[in-house]
Ligand binder design. Structure first.
Ligand code: DGY
Length: 328
């Protein structure tokens, strides 16, 4: 089988693809491929190991050729792949959710919440430039987290792990998702509320929804005006869930006390107003960047290709409806 890996990944997992005569090519560039490069390099392959920076739509699938059997996406999110186009063509798509990745993203979310509330990045920057002249009663006043209200939008695996970590802070946790989740309510002590109520009552709002047509720009000016004044927003999900222009305005007019952002509307571009604002913390889409998480992602992305080659149903099939009628 011909397998193309669109970019080198941490660990030596790719080596294990090189069995039974498989022909494995890894992109020689340590950067995302352009669409032209992707088409050129992937043409004629049976399997693609893709990253979230690769846009794979129906045209790309057709250009790769009718032998393309699988896209193994090295990410939990798969908004970079047109799933309907893949399913229509009998192409199997997999992703890489795991406890390791979910924990990693939940930990990063909490790192942002804590750093925002206690102004860690601003204070570090001031100390480094020599601005610390001795204890003062009123420098870098922040907010306690204990007893505050956390609003989680999207209580899936990652959202639930974020909720679990709030217990030590004795927070009230509200959540919103498509349907109430009585089991999670019992286990985590969280409460389902409407989005409007979540906006109105939360001191911290954390986003954990996938990017879909429904969630694109769901956090926009209409949502911001409904939020409690002085709320902190954290986004470790997908950038386009938040309308970045409206976010800049909400930060400027004080509706938001701050924002912790790991993802952006138009990555890798970031509105200069965001990285120039002292009450915004930006990280470069690294919520899953721990050795534990990335090793697991590599193991899964490669393991699922090997499963499909040997006719076994992979664990994390994004489009299960395609399995019986998949391309072989
Ligand atoms: C994911 O897995 O979707 C993260 O955003 C990238 O690791």
């Amino acid at each position: 089988m011909k397998i193309f890996v669109t970019r080198k990944i941490p660990g030596d997992f790719i080596e294990s693809l090189k069995v039974n005569g498989n022909e494995v090519v890894i992109s020689e560039f340590n950067r995302p491929l352009t669409q032209v490069e992707l088409l050129e390099k992937a043409k004629g392959v049976d399997f693609l190991l893709a990253l979230l920076t690769d846009r794979i739509d129906g045209d790309v699938m057709d250009a790769v050729g009718p032998q393309l059997k699988m896209i193994s996406n090295y990410a939990v999110g798969f908004d970079n792949v047109d799933i309907k186009a893949a399913s229509d063509r009998g192409i199997v798509v997999t992703n890489t959710p795991s406890d390791e990745v979910n924990e990693s993203v939940a930990e990063h979310t909490w790192a942002l919440i804590l750093a925002l509330a206690r102004r860690i990045v601003e204070a570090d920057e001031a100390t480094r430039r020599g601005a610390y002249k001795g204890w003062e009663p009123d420098i870098f006043l922040g907010h306690n987290i204990i007893g505050k209200t956390l609003g989680i939008i999207g209580l899936g695996r990652i959202g639930s792990m974020v909720a679990r970590r709030s217990q030590g802070y004795k927070m009230t946790v509200f959540y919103n998702k498509r349907e109430p989740d009585p089991k999670a309510e019992q286990e985590l002590g969280v409460k389902f509320v409407s989005l409007d109520d979540l906006y109105k009552q939360s001191d911290f709002i954390s986003l954990h929804v996938p990017l879909t047509e429904e969630t694109r720009h769901m956090i926009n000016k209409d949502a911001f005006v409904k939020m409690k004044k002085g709320v902190f927003l954290v986004n470790t999900a997908r950038g386009p869930v938040v309308d970045e222009r409206d976010l800049v305005d909400a930060l400027r007019n004080g509706q938001l006390a701050g924002a912790g952002l790991d993802v952006f509307d138009n990555e890798p571009n970031i509105s200069p107003e965001l990285y120039n604002a002292p009450n915004v913390i930006t990280t470069p889409h690294i919520a899953s960047a721990t050795w534990e998480a990335r090793n697991k992602m590599g193991e899964q992305a490669v393991g699922q290709i090997l499963s499909v080659i040997t006719g076994q149903k992979p664990e994390n099939l994004v489009n299960p409806e395609v399995w019986e009628k998949r391309r072989r």
